[in-house]
Write a protein that binds this ligand. Structure first.
Ligand code: C5P
Length: 228
């Protein structure tokens, strides 16, 4: 039989991009495919977890045996995450839009031949930071992602301090890597030790392999706490 080290654990995962509406037919988006988050959901399910996946708009099939909530915007994603709490582990792999359009058009914006409409942006809620700061309802292990195109480790460390999560998975998404939309990923797992931040750099792997390795680390951490 397959070992099920996450049996009885609820694992919440966000994945994919968000779409931020401009008007009923237009939106702002990003290049996230959702592949890494979906792979983590499948890997956690495979070792017995009760997986709640909250997905932005992606072109991927729902992983087998996983409860999936489909959302579009960052605000909907936060609402869906809150609705799935409590959880033992929360993994925020979604590429949430930092900004949304401040005044969403109720009707399609029209070309008037005169002024070009300005797009005023306003800040979206930070789902990872919001959940990391919860009191009683905070999941025991909160994991964020840091997708960077430069100064990967330094930016990831700064994010660590800012977000209040327990681990950060840092990955280089500069165009030359092919990570965005591709099947491979090179990640660094940042954790906190008594002497500061630890960085474990993993070799280049498929997103499925990254998922399996991350789930194994999670199982190790949770099961160590059990035997303490
Ligand atoms: O600040 P930045 O977007 O780079 O942080 C990335 C991490 O924060 C990811 O784990 C992402 O899922 C999460 N995030 C979020 N809500 C946002 C922005 C980022 O959960 N509005």
């Amino acid at each position: 039989p397959v070992p099920r080290p996450l049996a009885g654990r609820r694992v919440l995962i966000t994945a994919g991009p968000t779409h931020e509406p401009i008007d009923p037919v237009r939106y702002i988006a990003n290049r996230s495919s959702g592949k890494q988050g979906f792979a983590i959901a499948a890997a956690a399910q495979a070792v017995g977890a009760d997986v709640r996946l909250i997905a932005g708009p992606v072109e991927l099939a729902d992983p087998k045996g996983v409860s999936v909530t489909h959302v579009e915007s960052a605000r909907q994603m936060l609402e869906a995450v809150e609705a799935e709490l409590p959880a033992d582990v929360a993994i925020f792999a979604a590429a949430v839009a930092d900004w949304r359009v401040a005044h969403e058009g109720g009707q399609k914006l029209k070309k008037t031949g005169k002024a070009i409409p300005p797009l005023q942006l306003t800040e979206n809620p930070d789902i990872l930071a919001t959940i990391s700061k919860l009191g009683e309802k905070r999941p025991g292990l909160v994991i964020g992602f840091a997708a960077e195109t430069e100064h990967l480790i330094d930016n990831a460390k700064a994010k660590f301090a800012r977000k209040g999560c327990d681990w950060i998975v840092a990955n280089d998404v500069s165009p030359a890597t092919g990570v965005m939309g591709g099947d491979r990923n090179t990640v660094h797992l940042l954790t906190k030790g008594a002497d500061g931040v630890h960085v474990a750099s993993w070799p280049i792997m498929t997103k499925d392999e990254v998922a399996t390795a991350l789930v194994a680390e999670i199982a190790k951490k949770l099961n160590k706490e059990l035997t303490k």
